[in-house]
Design a protein around this ligand. Structure first.
Ligand code: ADP
Ligand code: NA
Length: 330
C-alpha cells in the first residue's frame, strides 16, 4: 500500500506567514505529511495574477519556502518546491483551459469577489483562469487529497469536473481528487477584530501575529487582544468571539481540547488566559523564526534543497504531461 498523494500550496504573498496560515495550513500539513505522499508548493505563478514587484516576489518566495521548512515540512519526506520551477504546471493549465467553459469559469465566486474589488478593467485574464492553473497543480501529480480553506472548495470542484471531462473525452488519465477542508478549530480570527479571519490584508497590524515577529512583539499583541466585559473563560463564538479565538489558538498550540482548557481556566481571568496563549505561541514560533533566519542566511543551501525537490516534482509532472499530450495528439 502506498500512501495517498496529497498536494497543497500557499502564495508567496507576504514577507512572513501569520498565525492563521500556521494553524490553518502548516500545522495541518505537518501532521498530514506523516501519512501521505505529500507535495507542498509555493505557488508563485498564482501570485503574479495580481501585480508584483520582481525583487520583492523573489524574496517572498524564498521566505515562504524557508518558513515551510522551519515549521516542520520535511524536504526529504515531502516534496517542497516552487511552482515556477516546474514548467508542466503552465503547460497543463493551457490544455485544461481549452476544455473549461467560459461560463463555467465565470461562475467562480473568488474571481467575482477579487475582480469586483480591483475593478473589472484592472483584473487580469490570469486572475480569471487562476482556478484552471490550480486544477493543473493538483492533477499533474495524481493527487488524491487536497487540504484547502473554504474559499478554495469551489476550485477543487472545478478540478474534479475538469478531470472527469478529460478522462471521458480522451481516456482515463487523471485521478479525481477529494478536498479536505479545515476543521472549525483551525480557523483563526484577528486579535483586534475577532469576528473577521486573521489575514495578511488586515486593516490593523496589531490584530495579526506574524510567524517572524520578534517574541516580545508576539506576546504584546496577544496580551492586547480584544476580549469582552465578562470574566468567564468560555467558548462561545457568538457572545465571546475574542475569548473563543484565544481558546482556539491555545488548543491548537497545546493539543488540549477546548473543554479541558475551559475547566483549566475556571475561576481565572482573561489575563491568565492571554499569558498562557502568549507563552504557547512564543514557545512554538521562537525556534521556527530562528530556523527561518538561518535558512535565509545560507541561500546556496536553500537553493540546493529547492532544486532537488523541484527535480523530483518535475519527474512526476513530466510523466503525466507526456501522457496528456499523447492523448490529445500533441
Ligand atoms: P490570507 O487570508 O492571509 O490572504 P491565504 O488566503 O493566502 O491567507 O491562505 C493561505 C493558507 O492559509 C490557506 O490554506 C488558508 O486556508 C490558510 N489561512 C489563511 N488565513 C487563515 C486563518 N485566519 N485561519 C486559518 N487558516 C487560514
Ligand atoms: Na491556498
Amino acid at each position: 500500500m502506498t500512501a495517498p498523494r496529497l498536494f497543497s500550496g500557499m502564495q508567496p504573498s507576504a514577507d512572513s506567514l501569520h498565525l492563521g496560515n500556521f494553524v490553518g495550513a502548516l500545522l495541518q500539513w505537518r501532521e498530514l505529511q506523516r501519512k501521505h505522499d505529500a507535495l507542498f508548493c509555493v505557488v508563485d505563478l498564482h501570485a503574479i495574477t495580481v501585480p508584483q514587484e520582481a525583487a520583492s516576489l523573489r524574496e517572498k518566495t524564498r521566505r515562504t519556502a524557508a518558513q515551510y521548512i522551519a515549521a516542520g515540512i520535511d524536504p526529504e519526506a515531502s516534496t517542497l518546491f516552487v511552482q515556477s520551477h516546474v514548467p508542466a504546471h503552465t503547460e497543463l493549465a493551457w490544455v485544461l483551459n481549452t476544455i473549461t467553459g467560459f461560463g463555467e469559469a465565470s461562475r467562480m465566486t473568488q474571481f467575482k469577489d477579487k475582480s469586483a474589488r480591483q475593478g473589472a478593467d484592472a483584473a487580469s485574464v490570469g486572475l480569471f483562469t487562476y482556478p484552471v492553473l490550480m486544477a493543473a497543480d493538483i492533477l499533474l501529480y495524481g493527487t488524491e487529497v487536497v487540504p484547502v480553506g473554504d474559499d478554495q472548495r469551489q476550485h477543487v470542484e472545478l478540478t474534479r469536473d475538469l478531470a472527469a471531462r478529460f478522462n471521458s473525452r480522451f481516456g482515463d488519465t487523471f485521478v479525481i481528487p477529494e478536498a479536505i477542508t479545515l476543521p472549525d478549530t483551525a480557523r483563526i480570527y484577528d486579535l483586534q477584530n475577532p469576528t473577521s479571519k486573521m489575514s495578511k490584508s488586515a486593516e490593523s497590524e496589531s490584530g495579526v501575529v506574524w510567524l517572524l515577529d520578534e517574541p516580545a512583539k508576539t506576546a504584546k499583541k496577544i496580551r492586547s487582544a480584544v476580549t469582552d466585559t465578562g470574566r468567564e473563560v468560555r467558548f462561545d463564538r457568538g457572545e465571546k468571539a475574542g475569548v473563543s479565538n484565544l481558546l482556539t489558538i491555545l488548543s491548537a498550540f497545546t493539543g488540549e481540547k477546548i473543554s479541558a482548557l475551559e475547566q483549566q481556566f475556571e475561576g481565572r481571568g482573561y489575563g491568565d488566559l492571554k499569558k498562557a496563549v502568549a507563552e504557547a505561541v512564543v514557545a512554538e514560533f521562537e525556534p521556527i523564526r530562528a530556523r527561518t533566519l538561518e535558512l535565509l542566511d545560507d541561500p546556496a543551501e536553500l537553493d540546493r534543497l529547492l532544486a532537488v525537490n523541484a527535480a523530483r516534482a518535475n519527474e512526476l509532472a513530466q510523466e503525466r504531461l507526456a501522457q496528456v499530450y499523447d492523448r490529445i495528439g500533441l
